[in-house]
Design a protein around this ligand. Structure first.
Ligand code: HEM
Length: 548
């Protein structure tokens, strides 16, 4: 006899019977609520307090944890204060207090290697180059990349956020596309983008009819590097690629608006206006890429040669990998030894994310610094004229690799205005580093920009623009033993696109210096500020003059 019949046959009223039936689901709900509450208390209170005790016991000082936002309000306040200060004098490069306000504050209040809180995650800033080297070069998985979950997935979901075997497989497949021999084939695409820009600027100068022509180079450089990556990645389909970079640009802007909230679990799932727009953008980008990849894959299967652009090289390398793992069989995009279509989409998104704004930042600060330091602009132009003989024709690889002064200038710009001011890592397991035993789950912040300006490392003129310090190469530029110059990161996860970025920058400088002279406009205000990358907060206005 079933329970309900038994209860009914006793003639009891239906309410207790209903209550009995409701009891199991109610208990289940209560159990789930209790579990969530316990997890929340552990996440927001017990675990951070435990980590704080462990770090303090070893003498790592810093701010006290305030649940659950940690130092997010302090970071907001310091950021606002830094931005409200008057612009820096042009030619002044002591930008750390303005560009890394939280790191600067932590250092002032608690000394080097101090702790702050990113939500409930302790964040230890490591300022000694040797410790940074140890973290970046670790091959044993003690330090993992800090992944911002759904935000990372919406922005790129490629190589830079993978770990372990998946990362190794993707890096192996992507690497051939960035070999020097392949990059040389992309130089005509770089040159075509620079030529487009030069003719547009010539138009602007002509329209100014003899008056000095003012250009904000920041959006111009975003456009240039967006075009370069579109052409380099997608060859003849670069116009479709352009739409992607517009969408990615918007995605990054929206991502920075919510950066301080993403430590809240599930925040990205909330149906806020920004979250909904970001999801729509991601869907549109994926749609465009899926179409392009499908076309290329079917052409490859039909036996057509792969294109020499990044996507073509990536698909070709992927097919080879698949053939090898299938024992010579026909390649498919279903995974196995190669990448799936979704993986390829993630990597294409990453090319934009990692390769566009970073290069735009480098080119913008180079223009600003050469405007501030006219003597170096003249020296760099002289060198370009000497190597390429007056500017006619497309600069070739041999010529670009002989540009010594231009390279020194680029290195000094990368040192003083490092596009990525800090690199985060997280301890994956308990790890000893510099005499401290870090428990798992501690974020280690490697403040590249701070180390690049550290007088203990670079000497008393650390904040000055002196490209000659790179005359003997990168390794001999700083005073200390450990390498202290790492704008492209280091170790196994070093930037895969650094040769691409430097060739692009040299090509642009060779073309630009041959065609234009430039100086700072009075409307420029020197306000470097990191919004993810170190950007000029109010643009980078220069005055252009066309050279005969
Ligand atoms: C001036 C320009 C650039 C700078 C300053 C720069 C900087 C960096 C840095 C610091 C990292 C390491 C991040 C970390 O360790 O967490 C990195 C990684 C990466 N960069 Fe760049 N980058 C630049 C240009 C490019 C370009 C042009 C591309 C591609 C077209 C690119 C693709 C990548 C990729 C795919 C990674 C991830 C590598 C991995 O995790 O294995 N970057 N970049």
């Amino acid at each position: 006899m079933s329970t309900s019949v038994a209860v009914g046959s006793l003639g009891e009223s239906p309410s207790p019977r209903k209550a009995l039936l409701l009891l199991p689901p109610l208990c289940a709900v209560l159990a789930v609520v209790a579990w969530c509450a316990a997890r929340a208390v552990e996440w927001a209170w017990l675990r951070p307090r435990r980590l704080q005790r462990e770090l303090r016991a070893q003498g790592v000082r810093g701010t006290a944890y305030r649940p659950p936002a940690g130092d997010a309000p302090l970071a907001d306040r310091l950021g606002r204060e830094a931005r409200s200060r008057p612009p820096l004098p042009p030619g002044f490069h002591g930008i750390v207090p303005r560009a890394l306000p939280l790191v600067h504050h932590g250092m002032k209040e608690h000394g080097k290697n101090s702790v702050t809180w990113f939500g409930p995650m302790p964040t230890v800033t490591l300022t000694e180059p040797e410790l940074v080297r140890q973290v970046l070069s670790n091959k044993f998985g003690h330090f993992e990349k800090v992944n911002f979950g759904q935000l990372t997935r919406l922005l790129h979901n490629g190589l830079s956020s993978h770990e372990g075997d998946k990362w190794a497989k993707h890096r192996r497949i992507i690497k051939p596309a960035f070999h020097l021999e392949k990059l040389k084939l992309m130089l005509p695409a770089f040159a075509a983008c620079c030529a487009d820009m030069v003719s547009r600027w010539e138009g602007l100068v002509a329209a100014a009819a003899g008056e000095p022509c003012e250009v904000d180079v920041w959006p111009e450089m975003q456009r240039l590097t967006g075009d370069v990556i579109s052409r380099a990645a997608f060859g003849s389909s670069y116009l479709e690629g352009r739409r992607i970079f517009e969408l990615q640009g918007e995605q990054v802007r929206l991502g920075t608006l919510i950066a301080n909230k993403i430590h809240i679990p599930g925040y990205m799932m909330l149906p806020t206006r920004i979250n909904r727009r970001m999801k729509r953008i991601a869907a549109e980008i994926e749609g465009i890429l899926r179409g392009m990849i499908a076309n290329r894959e079917s052409a490859l299967r039909a036996g057509k040669a792969a294109s020499d652009d990044l996507l073509g090289l990536l698909l070709e390398s992927n097919m080879e990998q698949l053939r090898a793992s299938n024992g010579g069989g026909r390649g498919t995009s279903s995974g196995g030894g190669g990448m799936t279509s979704d993986d390829v989409i993630g990597e294409c998104k990453l090319f934009y994310f990692a390769g566009m704004e970073t290069s735009a930042v480098l080119l913008t600060w180079t223009t600003v610094l050469l405007s501030m330091h006219q003597d170096w602009q003249d020296r760099a132009r002289e060198e370009v004229r000497r190597v390429f003989g007056g500017g006619a024709g497309v600069p070739d690889y041999d010529g670009l690799s002989r540009l010594k002064i231009v390279t020194m200038v680029l290195h000094e710009v990368l040192r003083l205005y490092t596009p990525l001011p800090a690199i985060p890592r997280r301890t994956y397991k308990p790890t000893e580093l510099g005499g401290v035993r870090y428990p798992a789950g501690v974020m280690l912040m490697l403040p590249t920009l701070y180390i690049h300006h550290d007088k203990d490392v670079w000497g008393p003129d650390a904040d000055e623009f002196r490209p000659e310090r790179f005359a003997e190469g990168v390794a001999r530029a700083s005073a200390g033993d450990a390498p202290a110059f790492f704008p492209f990161g280091g170790g196994p996860r070093t930037c895969i696109g650094q040769t691409f970025a430097l060739l692009e920058a040299k090509m642009w400088l060779a073309v630009m210096l041959a065609n234009f002279a430039f100086e700072l406009s009075p409307s420029y205000s020197h306000t470097p500020f990191p919004v993810g990358l170190l950007r000029p907060e109010h643009g980078a206005q220069v005055k252009l003059r066309k050279l005969p």
